[in-house]
Write a new protein. Structure first.
Length: 256
């Protein structure tokens, strides 16, 4: 069987599965959308496995795709969404990068929980609230995790490619309501303020690959370039999540 036919099989299955769930199983539309998203991600993985597109070096000197592989750190490792876990995306994003640099490859829920709680304790000492902005994350990275933080203001896609191709993950503060347009795993239309980690990019499909710490399906999730760039906003200076669109366009990288 040709590679093209093999690629078509999972796509056809997605279509049939969607009709079956909606019309026969009477699944709510949102559940069906979640399932479609999961299957679509799997289709991308299968396509890359069966017929991988060779990496090309662009005129800029950067590869047209790159991916960093590391452990997934969910913000709610025990699926408990009470505080502080409800707002632990900032800490989980920091820990994702920390695990990568320390070459921790296993996502052990109890270890993750303990490591997150240690960050919470440090934040309490600094009188931080549940919502931590990029400047505060940089302070945690420097004074607690012992990295050199670098904040990038008004970042571009090329900025991201430059760091990712050097195996440097990028922490993104974002408007979760915008992310929800492509990630239906969020509840209530997505959070106003969210953080995640970009691990890769692919010009062939115009998508970033991320560890989205906010859902159990967030490992190697893909967002389109345009949507993720649009979503970038730091926690607003008004200190009101609802004002997220007023937040600065800035991101954080940690250097060893």
């Amino acid at each position: 069987m040709s590679k093209n036919k093999l690629i078509l099989i999972p796509i056809i299955l997605v279509v049939f599965a969607s009709f079956y769930l909606i019309f026969f199983k009477k699944y709510p539309i949102q559940k069906v959308e979640n399932k479609i998203t999961q299957i679509s991600q799997k289709v991308d993985e299968i396509k890359e496995t069966i017929a991988p597109v060779p990496t090309k070096i662009l005129d800029s000197g950067l590869p047209d795709k790159h991916l960093i592989k590391t452990a997934f750190v969910p913000q709610s490792p025990e699926k408990n969404w009470d505080q502080p876990w409800q707002d632990a995306c900032e800490e989980a994003s920091l820990l994702t990068v920390d695990y990568y640099y320390r070459q921790i490859t296993q996502s052990n829920p109890q270890i993750i929980k303990n490591d997150l709680q240690k960050i919470f304790e440090f934040e309490t000492q600094q009188s931080f609230t549940h919502d931590v902005n990029v400047d505060q994350m940089a302070l945690i990275a420097q004074n607690y995790l012992k990295y050199t933080p670098k904040i990038i203001n008004n970042p571009t896609i090329d900025d991201f490619k430059k760091y990712l191709s050097q195996d440097i993950p990028i922490i993104i503060p974002a408007n979760g309501k915008i992310l929800y347009q492509e990630n239906k795993h969020f509840k209530d239309g997505g959070p106003y303020y969210h953080n995640l980690v970009i691990l890769g990019y692919d010009d062939n499909i115009q998508k970033f690959t991320v560890h989205d710490v906010g859902t159990q399906f967030g490992a190697y999730f893909k967002y389109t370039y345009s949507l993720l760039m649009k979503s970038i906003h730091d926690f607003p200076q008004t200190l009101k999540k609802e004002d997220i669109e007023l937040g600065d366009k800035k991101v954080l990288i940690l250097l060893k």
